[in-house]
Ligand binder design. Sequence first.
Ligand SMILES: C[S@@+](CC[C@H](N)C(=O)[O-])C[C@H]1O[C@@H](n2cnc3c(N)ncnc32)[C@H](O)[C@@H]1O
Length: 208
Amino acid sequence: MNTPNTSYASLKDYYRWHARIYDLTRWAFLFGRASLIRRAADQVTSPARILEIGCGTGRNLAALAQHFPHAQITGLDLSSDMLERARAKVQGFGSRMVLLHQAYDAPVATEAKFDIIILCYSLSMINPGFDEVLRICKSDLSPSGVVAVADFHDSRWTWFRRWMGVNHVRMDGHLLEELNRQFDGQFCQIQRAYATLWRHLLFIGKSR
Ligand SMILES: C[S@@+](CC[C@H](N)C(=O)[O-])C[C@H]1O[C@@H](n2cnc3c(N)ncnc32)[C@H](O)[C@@H]1O
């Protein structure tokens, strides 16, 4: 795998260890993922093809496969340690599940494009480059397809934003700004977590 961006290398290093504790810990703070899938289904009832960018350990891939039993699903991630866990989780879904080990730095659709592209808590870790990733998504989306994002939005606490920065996460409202610039919003919700500690974002949009 070619990793020209130095931030890719540090993310791969980060997940080399975190992959081991990912599923045990992330349920307590990566909120909104199941809800995002339900909301996406309101917009596109029977998608033929779905892509998750930054699929991690495959939690959403399994949920998507159950929610959309006729869809072809592709999960993409730059971390082999995360993908190894995903592979174990989705092996029961057979050939309708494809895993790609790569950074999302070019379109991946071959003949048919994707009806839903999901990004759950990956976009806030792509710094620099989150805006370019959204541009690439647009070339991977079918004309009536939607991009669906669940991610950190912001926090009023400097110490918390700094701590999240140590964990490769940027959370200063920049994602919603860029999503609204590039997509026509169909659904948007911002919710608080742990009182005022942070806010997370659910967004579904169509290409402009
Ligand atoms: C916080 S995890 C989220 C995993 C999964 N989406 C979930 O909801 O549990 C972020 C994932 O995005 C992947 N990732 C980050 N930047 C990426 C990029 N540019 N291309 C592909 N994967 C990326 C990381 O390796 C990591 O597995």
